[in-house]
Design a protein around this ligand. Structure first.
Ligand code: SF4
Length: 306
């Protein structure tokens, strides 16, 4: 899309957004032009908090399905629209509620911690949720004498276990995008940019996080880069983060650790689809009340942890 078209469509979106009393929430992995029309850009944790506190009538959620579900769980009575109904998360699809209930029965006294990258049905079967920003705090807050089952991301689970010293039973899920990043990719990028610090997401494999100067959520990476004296950074997360990094730190250099770091689902949302979503208020994401009442418990427990 040409820059002029982007600008015209963005202006139409901003006008219609006001008429609809809508708020646009966008994940850091969204396309730059989507982030630029959003009222709020963030990671899963901050977007959940934003969804819970907004007084807009309509939430246009530019992210993937489980995120829009969390917004619907936290904002009952609001219209939540996901501009592309097929924007899902393959990791979230690696576990369902039936599988989880069966697993829980095998582990007496288990506490189930779910990464927010899970469906509402799965959350309804869990004790507490976490995001990559608060996962270590969440697990550290749990009683030491109870077994913990962590679902669905085994890489994040391994990272938290190493940070907290807690043994955890891990689900065998993973992010199709972050799991592709290899230690060789990092070593190659470091050889090309020897002065750069390496920042990676904890959804990456353990041999990748072991090579990083900073392992963090997306929001944590942006704050780290802004506060650091370093001028160059190698990035080990989805490439959408380059946009907010360059905006926040215009005088610093950022290099992707690999071209593979692109989530096709995050890129399904386009400006056209956001505009159509505001016109039609479809497609909606609506969590049934019976699931919502149970799923909100683990999200509220997570949000109570400071
Ligand atoms: S980046 Fe990974 S975890 Fe995030 S939506 Fe894409 S597949 Fe799911």
């Amino acid at each position: 899309m040409e820059q002029k078209e982007i600008q015209e469509l963005s202006e139409k979106i901003l006008r219609l957004k006001k008429e609809r009393n809508a708020v646009i929430l966008a994940h850091f992995y969204q396309r730059p032009e989507i982030q630029d029309v959003a009222d709020f850009i963030g990671d899963s944790l901050s977007l959940s908090q934003q969804a819970a506190s907004t007084d807009a009538e309509v939430i246009i959620f530019c992210g993937v399905h489980f995120m829009a579900e969390s917004a619907s769980i936290l904002s009952p009575g609001k219209i939540v629209v996901l501009p592309d109904e097929h924007a899902g998360c393959p990791m979230a699809d690696m576990i369902d509620a039936v599988q989880l209930v069966c697993k829980k029965q095998e582990i007496p006294g288990v506490i189930v911690v779910c990464y927010v990258n899970t469906s509402a049905e799965v959350k309804a079967e869990c004790d507490i949720a976490c995001t990559s920003a608060n996962a270590v705090k969440v697990v550290a807050s749990l009683p030491p004498d109870r077994p913990i089952l962590f679902v669905p991301d085994k890489n994040l689970g391994l990272y938290i276990a190493a940070q907290t010293g807690r043994e955890m039973i891990l689900w065998e899920g993973y992010c199709n995008t972050h799991d592709k990043l290899t230690a060789e990719d990092i070593l190659k990028a470091k050889a090309e940019h020897p002065e750069a610090l390496v920042m990676v997401h904890p959804e990456c494999r353990p041999e990748v996080t072991a090579l990083a100067d900073k392992v963090s959520s997306t929001a944590g990476m942006i704050n780290f880069a802004a506060a650091s004296d370093a001028r160059e950074f190698i990035i080990g997360t989805e490439m959408g983060i380059l946009h907010p990094l360059k905006k926040r730190c215009p005088d610093k250099q950022f290099y992707m650790a690999s071209k593979k770091l692109m989530c096709p689902n995050m890129k399904k949302t386009t400006l056209d689809k956001v505009y159509q979503a505001l016109v039609t208020l479809e497609p909606r994401v609506d969590v049934p009340e019976e699931i919502r009442e149970r799923a909100i418990v683990c999200l509220e427990r997570m949000m109570a942890i400071k």
